[in-house]
Design a protein around this ligand. Sequence first.
Ligand SMILES: [Zn+2]
Length: 299
Amino acid sequence: MNAEPMNADPCMLCNTSDFRVIHQKKQWQYRRCLNCDLVSLYPRPTPREFRDNYDQYLPMGSADIREWKKMMQPVVDKSADLIESQSKTGKGKLLDIGCGYGFFLEEMALRGWQVQGLEISRTGRQYARNQLNLEVYSEPLENLVFPENAFDVVTLFYVIEHVLEPLALLKAVKRILKPGGFVLLRWPHTTPIVRILGPLARKLDLYHTPYHIHDFSPKTIKRLLELSGFEAIETRITGYTLPAQRLSRFASIFFGCMGEAFYSLSGGNFLLPGISKTTLAGFVGYMVERRITTPPIFS
Ligand SMILES: [Zn+2]
């Protein structure tokens, strides 16, 4: 497809307007910035459409919820371990933005952290409040008034690709983090798979059009965090999800283990394209230490 100069909606990261369309579904296009490689959705849903899309985004059936928990469990466990290994302030206060049903918060509360969540999907929020007794806000962070330096850790699991204004959100996150605190972002890295699969990727609609507003890479997520005021930024390969569907589960385990192995063997330098990644970011005084552990297939 052709590169097209567009004046409207320049790239969020580099402010240029040369894009190449790499995926299209109905009126929605995913465009790659020819300058910085950020992939973004065009046109974007309005804030109202966005809110309506998510109100019942998470399924409420008990079988669906059990499946969801199983799928996320390895990521929940590994992320909790990673946070505890990196936290310099001990077991402090944690905010999970887009906490879904609250399973990660439940784990951190069990480990002795003071936790709060934020979830705009009513179905997820109700479960977290009523079944897990968690404190969960219904508004986006930008609408809430937290004091500065309120949290030791803020987490966003599979959220940053969904939000309309990730820069504004991460600036707000930075404001509520204590000095020495950090943010953990878990995000999908879809574009390399779209490239490899070609026409099949169009059928599979891997961007969940129009739910993913951006698709990040290690380079673009770093730029996003720098523009938001973060300084110590490191992306890792940490665990994989376990989808219920057998082929997806196999692919997730296979490529997840491969990604962890390459990451470990390269001393943390090689990030296998296409699989989900975890990025930690803090400020001066907070330095992300690399703690490479042997991946499961080698232990
Ligand atoms: Zn750009």
